[in-house]
Structure formats: structure tokens, C-alpha cells
Design a protein around this ligand. Structure first.
Ligand code: 13P
Length: 249
């Protein structure tokens, strides 16, 4: 059985007080849940306070980015050690918003993935095609390149620790979701690609779906054989909705 993971990507939302409040409600609703694994990813500024609020619960803490160097003159960046000492265990890397607005390439994502793994963080690596690419029949080309580039040079052991999130860009924050069948097709493609590049360990890799996942569409998506969880944006900011998605696994 592959590990199922429901993760909330809070993006650039929540002041510290708001983050703590949301976390308190989540601890009440799903704080004792081990299956699926629950991860919340607040902004950097709220990590330490959220970590304190999570004490004693089973919810894991994630960050939304990390830099690919250990320390030094990199104004505005955050190192893996800074995250680890703030109570973080997961880190989202290569989200389409970082690729789009901050020009992150597969090469940069790859450097961050390697640095995160070396430091002991578990990466959630995001891939996904834009609408134009899907319409041009390029989904597998684009996603295949992102998988190859972002995970280049990882050992089998490192691949086993890596989570993939398939997030079709056209489904993020738009209310448009891939149908369960469309998502399953790409998830199966990703698993086969991982198999061809990294071997049988691909069967152990958790592949999440992300893009307008909500309580009413979650169970259809999560019942597909290669969909092992979700990376939730908008609905993760509402405790009851997020908890319902956790419950639908
Ligand atoms: P939405 O759930 O708001 O579409 O966001 C998905 C996402 O980008 C999660 O990383």
C-alpha cells in the first residue's frame, strides 16, 4: 500500500494569528489522523507558530519553497536547516506559480530537490501542463520533461522519499478539475515514466492530484488506482472543507 497524503498549500495567505486559528481548528478536526497523512504548508512567517500549535497532533508541517544552498549571501532566501529547525518535514518545490512568476526551471527545481533531500526534508515536486499545451496534445511531453528534469540524478532511495503532485495548470484556482479519468491517465503516465528512469521504486511513490480539488470531487479522484492523495489550495484555507477531503480518502 502506498502512503496516501492530503496536503494543504496555503500559498500567500494567513497572518500568524489567522494561521494559528486555522491550525487549531484543523487539530480538532483531523489532528489524530494517521491515514491519510495530513500535511499543512503555511507561509514561512507562520511556520514556527503553527509548529507549536501542532504539538501533540499527527499533522505534519510543510513549507512552500526552499533555497538550493546551505547558507550565505542569498538575500531573502530560506535554507533547509532553517525549515528543519522550524519543525518542517515537507517542502513543496516547483509549483507552477513558482515556475510561472519566479522563472523556476527544472534545473533549479532539481537543485532544490537534491538539497532538500540531503538535509532530510521530504520534497513534494509539482508538475503539470498549461491549457495550451494540453490542447496541442503535449501533456505527456511537458510532464515527462518536468519529471525527468526535476528528478535527474536522484538515487532510488531518494525517489522513494519524494512525493509528486500532478497539478494541471488550467485546473489551479479556476474551479475546473480534471475528470478522474483524465487525471488517472496522467498519473499512470508519470508512474511509468518514473519506472523507466528509476526502476521499480516508482510503485512506492505517492502521486497527488492538485487543481480545484474540493469535498464534492475528491472521492472520485482519490478512488483512481494511481491517485494517492491531493495537494489542495483554496479548499485548504477552510478547515471544514479540508477535513472533508481528508475524510474522503
Ligand atoms: P486550488 O486547489 O486552489 O486549485 O490550488 C491547487 C494548488 O495549486 C495546490 O498547490
Amino acid at each position: 500500500m502506498r502512503l496516501k497524503i492530503i496536503a494543504g498549500n496555503w500559498k500567500m495567505n494567513k497572518t500568524n494569528a489567522e494561521a494559528v486559528e486555522l491550525t487549531r481548528v484543523l487539530v480538532d478536526l483531523v489532528g489524530d489522523r494517521e491515514h491519510p497523512r495530513v500535511v499543512i504548508c503555511p507561509p514561512f512567517t507562520a511556520l514556527s507558530e503553527v509548529a507549536r500549535t501542532l504539538t501533540g497532533s499527527k499533522i505534519h508541517l510543510g513549507a512552500q519553497n526552499v533555497y538550493s544552498e546551505e547558507s550565505g549571501a542569498f538575500t531573502g532566501e530560506i535554507s533547509p536547516a532553517m525549515l528543519l529547525t522550524s519543525g518542517v518535514s515537507y517542502v513543496i518545490l516547483g509549483h507552477s506559480e513558482r515556475r510561472e512568476y519566479f522563472a523556476e526551471s527544472d534545473q533549479m527545481v532539481n537543485a532544490k530537490v537534491k538539497m532538500a533531500l540531503q538535509a532530510g526534508l521530504l520534497p513534494i515536486v509539482c508538475v503539470g501542463e498549461r491549457l495550451k499545451e494540453r490542447e496541442a496534445g503535449l501533456t505527456e511531453v511537458v510532464v515527462g520533461e518536468q519529471i525527468d528534469g526535476s528528478l535527474a540524478g536522484l538515487t532510488e532511495e531518494q525517489i522513494a522519499k519524494t512525493v509528486i503532485a500532478y497539478e494541471p495548470v488550467w485546473a489551479i484556482g479556476t474551479g475546473k478539475t480534471a475528470t478522474p479519468e483524465m487525471a488517472q491517465d496522467v498519473h499512470a503516465f508519470i508512474r511509468n515514466r518514473l519506472k523507466s528512469r528509476h526502476g521499480a521504486v516508482a510503485d512506492e511513490v505517492t502521486i497527488q492530484y492538485g487543481g480545484s480539488m474540493k469535498p464534492d470531487n475528491a472521492s472520485g479522484l482519490l478512488s483512481q488506482p494511481d491517485i494517492d492523495g491531493g495537494l489542495i489550495g483554496g479548499a485548504s484555507l477552510k478547515a471544514e472543507q479540508f477535513a472533508k477531503i481528508v475524510d474522503s480518502v
